[in-house]
Design a protein around this ligand. Structure first.
Ligand SMILES: C[S@@+](CC[C@H](N)C(=O)[O-])C[C@H]1O[C@@H](n2cnc3c(N)ncnc32)[C@H](O)[C@@H]1O
Length: 268
């Protein structure tokens, strides 16, 4: 099992809300490895996983799935197939950076959670981080320099790759399409993501940022000097986030809570 998947399994199990949950949903389940492990270990819980792409590995995993795991092939940008108020806990790992429609996604997850249910997600890498272009970003052979996608236009990156990458023209075109035309990439910065989460119907219980290990002052200056997407300089230091959101106890609860704070400080 990949280290990344073992980490996810530990991450999910460490939540008290996971331990208490009876019905659990994972969105963007990939090869269903995390869910298979959890479903076998916790036969008393019900698990549902959704992904719009089933690899051969997913298909063979699903064939051997225990009865408390349901796998659904579906696009998570449209979650109308899920009934309201049915899950105690939802989680996702390395998925939200692929969802441009983050606002409606969060509303849909909010609707399908029970009252006080929680959504924990790991989002990484943000578009605004050193590897946010997502092109072979986990490979040592990655041809894109750190933060290169933020300071080079398509034409500039093409020129850079022709001069430095020693790749065939067809491959360079594939790389450029993979960065600038790939549809399943949100291209939301850390600041934009945080603003959408804050304006969602959820209460933010935890927002823990991960530092970008490739960040340096020199690279920051280079991006700021040619800041094509007008990325906030602070965002460059952050590669991703782990976050837990709670469904407010009743629909108007979040604004009631905000008004209480405002009243407390004599603002309203
Ligand atoms: C980077 S992978 C992560 C997979 C898994 N969570 C893991 O950590 O191994 C992103 C996953 O999200 C899925 N995905 C992306 N956009 C999706 C969408 N709109 N609907 C359903 N699945 C989606 C992809 O098919 C892929 O399996």
């Amino acid at each position: 099992m990949e280290k990344r998947i073992s980490w996810q399994i530990e991450w999910v199990q460490a939540f008290a809300h996971f331990q208490k949950a009876r019905r659990i949903l994972e969105v963007g389940s990939g090869n269903f490895e995390t869910l298979m492990f959890l479903a076998k270990k916790y036969p008393g819980k019900q698990f549902v996983g959704i992904d719009f792409a089933f690899s051969d590995a997913s298909v063979s995993a699903i064939k051997n799935a225990p009865p408390n795991l349901a796998a659904i092939k579906h696009d998570i940008r449209d979650l109308r197939l899920l009934a309201n108020d049915q899950f105690d806990f939802v989680f996702s790992a390395a998925v939200l950076e692929h969802i441009r429609e983050l606002e409606s996604h969060l509303s849909a997850i909010h609707a399908t959670l029970k009252r006080d249910g929680k959504y924990s997600f790991l989002e990484s890498p943000f578009w605004s981080s050193s590897l946010g272009h997502h092109y072979e970003h986990n490979s040592p052979e990655c041809p894109i320099p750190h933060y290169g996608h933020l300071m080079m236009s398509r034409e500039q990156l093409k020129k850079y790759l022709e001069e430095h990458a020693q790749r065939q023209p067809a491959e360079i075109e594939k790389i450029l399409r993979g960065i600038y035309e790939r549809e399943d990439l949100s291209r939301l910065t850390r600041t934009e993501t945080r603003a959408i989460v804050e304006s969602s119907p959820f209460i933010i219980e935890a927002w823990k940022e991960r530092l970008d290990k490739n960040y340096s002052e020199d690279l920051m200056k280079a991006v700021v000097g040619n800041n094509i997407y007008n990325v906030d300089a602070q965002d460059l230091q952050i590669s991703g986030v782990t976050c837990t959101l709670r469904k407010s106890a009743s629909p108007g609860n979040k604004s009631n809570w905000t008004s209480k704070i405002l009243r407390k400080f004599g603002i309203r």
